[in-house]
Design a protein around this ligand. Structure first.
Ligand code: UDP
Length: 495
């Protein structure tokens, strides 16, 4: 980097505030690291245990590429909200009640975080969408506030259009579809697939209202998506909301490129602790293995796990199945009775956290059975792995429709949205799971087309994140905008 750029950007200090979900924390910290790599001064404010998720990456950046990043930890009010120390993230929350408490804990952190930000006196705040109060503070400090939206444009358009137009009201039954009008792609949703807060008053609806209100008062919105995946959506969303957006996805790919640049200097073993899995993968044929993982939070019922076991076994395809601690429902539940039986030559089981990004990169992986968490989708498409989509909650169903339109996935046939990550829908049958796996993992024309599309998309995404590419240009534009605001420091906020 040119010295001149370094000197100039040293003036710009950006504060980042991640929220309580790994799928929000990881991409926001990616942005922080990228901005620091491009010479900006960065401070990330987070409770202690959440900070542990990224402290080592940040330390490596500081050591090997001279990044100026400080992690400012803050005491989580565990005692006040009646939670054991260390539960600051929805991953660690075994029930929706605890999720509510963690969220409340973050509401209580508003005042101490405001105080830290005032002390730091930064030039810019980039906050997770779930901290709408940061827009008030930014206005008070006369600095720009950017909201970070970790999911798709489709989902964000749907939040606005479905609510405003009440599209679901003209549909005869929950299983019938309606078209979301005005989108660049024809997206049809069943009423059973959309979030409950879009259809009526719920507690979360108020939170969403606050998020959307804060968004339109922000200097801009940062999206972890790109025009290669959602052509024409950025312009639509910007027009509909009246706020400038920067779409800089896939962030996982940017960080990959960046880590590749510094990896010569660092000496960590990425497979540390997962050697057995790597050895097993090395013995599989190229594109032959199905990876099965449902993000950081989903919790299945024993009945559903049983159906999954039956379906995966019948599909008879080499599989890595990631089985989460939170799935171990009861002493005599699925885990103890059936799980060990499932292990075998064709089935590698990871209990707990999997090195998903590394697994997806391995040439033996030929498909990914996923709930459509947006980070998982981006990580998979970045390396050209096609998908079997099993949407379950949150924004999963919009992503499922998008992937189907782009010819990148086979849908498993799930159509019921769950109000949380502890699933309440009836189990999907083993037959459906078997059929979907066979459709993707056999060598039919359909599967070859999807595989080809996925490889092509990986190429497009790579180009998007390289110099001159769409997301790269957006990232550079965002950095320039932050510097511009830091230099002027007055008169930059929308009235
Ligand atoms: N993840 C992982 N190992 C696991 C489960 C999840 O590394 O065993 C990571 C995954 O790579 C992704 C994130 O956790 O970055 C999950 O985010 P996503 O948006 O896909 O789903 P969510 O957790 O929000 O449902």
């Amino acid at each position: 980097m040119a010295m001149e750029e370094n000197e100039q950007s040293a003036m710009a200090h950006v504060v980042f505030i991640p929220y309580a979900m790994t799928s929000h924390i990881t991409p926001l910290v990616h942005i922080a690291r990228l901005l620091a790599f491009h010479g900006l001064k960065v401070t990330i404010i987070a409770p202690q245990h959440n900070a542990l998720l990224f402290q080592s990456s940040v330390d490596r950046d500081c050591l090997f590429s001279g990044s100026n990043i400080t992690v400012r930890t803050i005491q989580f009010p565990s005692e006040e909200i009646g939670l054991p120390v260390g539960i600051e993230n929805f991953i660690a929350s075994p029930s929706m009640e605890i999720v509510g408490k963690v969220h409340y804990g973050f509401l209580l952190l508003q005042k101490p975080m405001e105080q830290i930000i005032r002390e730091l006196n930064p030039n810019c705040i980039i906050s997770d969408m779930f901290f709408p109060w940061t827009v008030d503070l930014a206005e008070e400090l006369q600095i720009p506030r950017f909201s970070f939206q970790p999911a798709t444009f489709i989902h964000q358009c749907a939040w606005v259009f479905i609510r405003e137009l009440k599209l679901y009201e003209n549909v005869a039954s929950d299983s019938e579809s309606f078209l979301i009008p005005g989108l660049p792609l024809d997206i049809n949703m069943k009423v059973s697939e959309i979030e409950d807060f879009l259809k009526g008053e719920t507690e979360f609806r108020k939170t969403v209202d606050d998020v959307l209100q804060a968004e339109i008062r922000s200097h801009g919105i940062i999206h972890n998506t790109c025009s290669e995946l959602e052509p024409g959506f950025a312009q639509l969303y910007e027009k509909a909301r009246g706020v400038k957006g920067w779409h800089i996805g896939p962030l996982a790919l940017f960080i990959n490129n960046y880590e590749a640049q510094i990896s010569n200097n660092s000496c960590c073993d990425p497979w540390k602790g997962y050697g057995d899995c790597f050895d097993w993968l090395e013995n599989q044929q190229s594109n032959s293995v199905l990876f099965v993982c449902f993000g950081s939070m989903i919790r299945f019922s024993d009945d559903q796990l049983e159906e999954m076991a039956v379906g995966l076994k019948a599909a008879n395809c080499p599989t890595i199945w990631v089985f989460k601690e939170q799935d171990k429902n009861e002493e005599d539940g699925f885990s103890s009775k059936r799980f060990k039986e499932m292990k075998g030559e064709n089935m590698f089981i990871i209990e707990g956290w999997a090195p998903q990004v590394l697994i997806l990169k391995h040439g033996a992986i030929g498909g990914f059975l996923t709930h459509c968490g947006w980070n998982s989708i981006l990580e998979s498409l970045a390396v050209g792995v096609p998908l079997i989509t099993w949407p379950l909650f949150s924004d999963n169903f919009y992503t499922d429709k998008l992937l189907e339109k782009l010819g990148l996935a086979i849908g498993i046939g799930a159509h019921v949205w769950n109000p949380g990550f502890i699933l309440s829908c009836p189990p999907l049958s083993g037959e459906k799971i078997e059929l979907a796996v066979k459709r993707l993992m056999n060598n039919s024309e359909e599967s070859r087309n999807i595989r080809e599309n996925a490889k092509l998309m990986a190429k497009k995404l790579k180009i998007a994140t390289e110099e001159g590419g769409s997301s790269h240009s957006q990232l550079m534009g965002l950095i320039d905008e932050i510097k511009r605001c830091a230099f002027k420091n007055v008169g930059i906020l929308p009235s």
